[in-house]
Design a protein around this ligand. Structure first.
Ligand SMILES: Cc1cc2nc3c(=O)[nH]c(=O)nc-3n(C[C@H](O)[C@H](O)[C@H](O)COP(=O)(O)OP(=O)(O)OC[C@H]3O[C@@H](n4cnc5c(N)ncnc54)[C@H](O)[C@@H]3O)c2cc1C
Length: 389
């Protein structure tokens, strides 16, 4: 039972977006850019976004050589080049929207560590550089290759040279502070007039002849009613890994990712974002007021089935494997402890391509950044907004 005031003003919108991760909030901003007068309401089930956007590694990246080669094998060269182009464009859009300072952007470049088994990838370096050249040409760095071999830095960075056999470098990758990025993006959305309600768990979405009706769990007063209906003309579902809860037929699965962060490390010898093994592992320096730390994540490929989960818990087996990789290969000569450990839930589609499309007269979906939402969400949000009538 809603009051007149709730009915008339608080539970109505022109556009409802479900999910306040980077995709939902970016979509909301784009809707306001396109339709400034539209009442835009974002419904988020967590007090904080509760999937991937505030639990990721903060790479402002577009894909390492081995990941791009794997994508080419899966989807062909044209589709892969288009995806890299979208990621690159999305990164520029995010930076322009909120500003580098607000998101803690630093450009130390990106690297890929190759172990013996990945060395054959170098044979395809020239081909991939040629395929991607035009995307980065506007950077006035036409002379620079997207990827180049920089083996001299393996020793300089202190890696175990018995394991790391080659190092690839890309000048175009950077890193962000994901918490500050989501805060800045949310503030921008609110400045533009978007309303964001947290603690709003959407239990079901009904498309009725004249409106969309979102049924939201009501925790405020359980004695009178346990749900509240929010209504709108149109709706965008941006719930990523959790989408099957609302739309069981959607083709996206949860993929949990594990992360650890060390204590500050004296004289950490490297800066930048580092990929390993088709992006299944990733590490970076993390600048904090107390000093430089290492953030390391990944290992999902050690337990694909267990990690097809939307439960935000740690997998001790994967965390142990990450610690071993750190101790034996990445930082064999450094002193540190593990200070933070967490997991986050990505949404993966079989073909690793994102999905933005209208699913009915009044509803669209926008999801499937497949582990690269920092880069992709701004352009996909813009695409989702363009579907609204
Ligand atoms: C460990 C890890 C490391 C990563 N590292 C990187 C990286 O370095 N660089 C990069 O680009 N990407 C990275 N990613 C991927 C990136 O974080 C995601 O691609 C991106 O955050 C997806 O954004 P999203 O908004 O689509 O999904 P989410 O951030 O998951 O947002 C979906 C939101 O919907 C909400 N929701 C779900 N169901 C409902 C409902 N029924 N009602 C209301 N709200 C609901 C959820 O609570 C959630 O907040 C990483 C992800 C993880 C997990």
């Amino acid at each position: 039972m809603r009051s007149f005031w709730e009915y008339d003003a608080l539970t109505r919108a022109d556009v409802i977006i479900i999910g306040a991760g980077i995709m939902g909030v970016s979509t909301a901003i784009s809707v306001k850019e396109r339709l400034p007068k539209a009442r835009v309401l974002v419904l988020e089930r967590g007090i904080l976004p509760s999937g991937a956007s505030t639990r990721n590694a903060g790479f402002a990246c577009f894909g390492s050589l081995t990941e791009i080669l794997s994508d080419i094998q899966k989807n062909g060269e044209a589709a892969t080049v288009r995806l890299v182009e979208q990621r690159w464009r999305g990164l520029q859009m995010l930076r322009q929207r909120v500003g580098d300072t607000a998101i803690g952007f630093e450009q130390h470049g990106g690297y890929e560590t190759l172990f013996a088994e990945q060395l054959p990838a170098i044979d395809s370096l020239e081909r991939v550089n040629t395929a991607l050249r035009d995307i980065f040409a506007s950077e006035n760095t036409a002379a620079q290759n997207v990827f180049s071999v920089q083996n001299g830095r393996i020793a300089e960075f202190g890696f175990n040279q018995n394991r790391v056999k080659a190092l690839l470098y890309s000048p175009f990758e950077g890193q962000i502070h994901s918490g500050r990025m989501m805060q800045a993006l949310t503030e921008l959305a609110v400045q533009r007039g978007v309303r964001i309600l947290t603690g709003a768990d959407v239990l079901a979405v009904y498309e009725e002849p004249t409106q969309i009706r979102c049924v939201v769990r009501h925790l405020g007063n359980t004695t009178s009613s346990s749900t509240v209906d929010f209504v709108s003309d149109q709706c965008v579902v941006a719930t990523n890994a959790f989408t099957q809860e609302l739309l069981p037929e959607s083709r996206i699965k949860p993929a949990r990712g594990q992360i650890l962060v060390t204590t500050p490390i004296h004289n950490l010898p490297f800066r930048g974002v580092f990929h390993y093994d088709e992006g299944f592992y990733y590490f970076r320096n993390l600048a904090t007021p107390e000093g430089q730390r290492i953030l390391l994540g990944g290992g999902r490929n050690l337990a694909f089935e267990e990690e097809t989960s939307s439960e935000l818990s740690l997998n001790p087996r994967i965390q142990a494997a990450l610690e071993e990789l750190l101790r034996t290969t990445i930082a064999p000569n450094l002193q540190y402890d593990i200070e933070h450990q967490w997991s986050g839930i990505m949404g993966f589609r079989e073909d690793k391509l994102p999905e933005v499309r209208r699913i009915s007269a009044r509803s669209s979906i926008a999801f499937g950044c497949n582990g690269m939402g920092v880069a992709l969400a701004s352009v996909l949000g813009e695409e989702a907004a363009s579907l609204l009538v």
